[in-house]
Design a binder for this molecule. Structure first.
Ligand code: G4P
Length: 189
């Protein structure tokens, strides 16, 4: 995805060798044309997989997730990190530890929206250690549904997320793979 690679290279800001700030187009301000292209690309990569739902996690996963769901003509579900006032019915719950933030969140999805027979595409904005994607996959499996794959906008390939997810048998497709942020420089795989 040339459009996305250009954005990362031109607008990405390296913080402390491990974190890439991309809040001009992905994590704060969002670029709808880019999001639409991202959705189309995930839909192309996972075409023919009979996907029935896209699953992401709030908040930055929602924009690429909804555009992917639109391109696949299915619904998007986003897992919540905060307790919802109205989410009072039965829920799937998983604990997700963030090494980056050093905190554990309980993520929740209503049992109404996932069922055995669903083929679920997990989409997220970043892949670092893979904890969020694993938590989402465990929720899909709690529901008796199937993980069709994991679509990531920006993968930090120098962190273990891809390795652990592929080792667990999941197909991971990342649109941009960052090999290194050392010395303040963005290098792609
Ligand atoms: P993991 O799920 O792969 O293990 O990642 P980790 O716990 O390390 O990430 C925690 C949060 O930090 C996630 O967002 C993730 O998207 C974000 N993150 C991780 N590495 C980077 C990075 O290099 N740059 C940016 N911009 N974000 C990164 P979150 O807390 O869920 O935030 P949000 O979705 O509400 O924005």
């Amino acid at each position: 995805m040339k459009l996305l690679i250009d954005k990362v290279m031109q607008e990405g800001i390296v913080l402390d060798n491990e974190v890439l700030k991309v809040d001009s187009f992905l994590n704060h301000q969002m670029d709808p044309v880019l999001m639409q292209e991202i959705g189309r690309e995930f839909a192309r990569l996972f075409a023919g997989q009979s996907i029935t739902k896209v699953l992401t996690i709030e908040s930055s996963g929602i924009a690429p997730g909804i555009m992917t769901a639109l391109a696949l003509n299915v619904r998007l579900i986003f897992a919540r990190k905060r307790k919802s006032l109205t989410l009072t019915e039965d829920i799937f719950v998983e604990k997700v530890y963030s090494f980056t933030k050093q905190e554990t969140n309980e993520i929740t999805v209503s049992r109404k929206f996932l069922a055995p027979g669903d083929k679920v595409l997990i989409v997220d904005d970043f892949l670092a250690n893979g904890e969020a994607a694993f938590g989402l996959a465990r929720i899909v499996e709690q529901a008796g549904a199937e993980v069709a794959g994991i679509g990531i906008v920006i993968e930090k390939s120098f962190q273990p997320g891809r390795r652990v997810l592929t080792k667990a048998g999941y197909r991971v497709e990342s649109l941009v793979r960052v090999a290194s942020l050392a010395g303040g420089k963005i290098e792609l795989v």
